[in-house]
Design a protein around this ligand. Sequence first.
Ligand code: ZN
Length: 344
Amino acid sequence: MAPYRGIFVHGFAVDAEGRKMSKSVGNVVDPVDITHGGKDNTQIVYGIDTLRWWVACHATQHANIPVSSNVVTSSAESVHKIRIVLRFLLGALHDYTSNHNEDDLFLLDRYMLHLLHEFHHQVQNAYDNFQLNKVCILLTNFITNEVSAMYCHVIKDRLYCEPADSTQRRACQFVMSHILEIVTRAIAPVLLHLAEEVRQNNKYFVITGQQLFRSGVVMPEGDWHQTEVSRVVNLALEVKRALNKTCSSTNTQQLKASVYTSGETYCLLKLMQPEEYSSWSQLAEILQVASVRLIESKSPLKFHVELAETTECHLCARCRRYTSDKTDEPCTRCRQVLANIQPQ
Ligand SMILES: [Zn+2]
């Protein structure tokens, strides 16, 4: 009887030119050289995770698998990028207390949970169908785009500058704790050492106190899937893309934005900023500007964005936002936060 329930067959490993590996030609790449740096320890030690990522990325494309130093280096870089984001999440959770009230979540937080729910099911589906290369693509895209470039970038003000125990800061930590858990479990079958390393340094996994691979399956909550929330936040992200096109600089924090819109779009954006003018609304957070003026217009256009330099507000040295009413002084929010910090 076979000592396994199923067997997955993949293409041959060939050299960078697509030639069969052969001792006489001298183009054989020994996996031990990749994982341990060669018998005489003269090569780079990439470790087992990089080798497994390379296999997962290439082994399921119904073709022969090229292996060369460039391909292995590129796999090592991909693993490193994932590790950097997971390390950022771990650091951001250093003082997190898990007794958070989900009613306090911003729409952006709910949107991230919605994306996390979608990501989990797509990855599981790819694993179930042995589409390991698809797993790698899903992981890379999700971690690079949605987690790192979108969510972690946008919530930095809340994370670093709001009071440590404030509901807005705890809300994004709550979401980040779930991103960390779902993503770690998603990488685990391929990058097992990295996954276990994260688990050992994270005390907030749902199931703790035992090895990751013995901790069972953790499913995202069904109510994370919220298409209506996704619609609202996607609209704000659409405004942000239009704003970025209008602006020549990548730093938009010095700008005040006027968003002219009408009808349903106006009503949806109002959910993220009920007041006409704000520097602290959920819309201002997503647009990453000094302030937003949301104006109902008669225009048939879906929306129209105008940008101008902030002249009435000054740079706050603490939060690096243009929200202070005096030069060389923290903004009102930061002054309050600083006043409430107890001396150690
Ligand atoms: Zn400030």
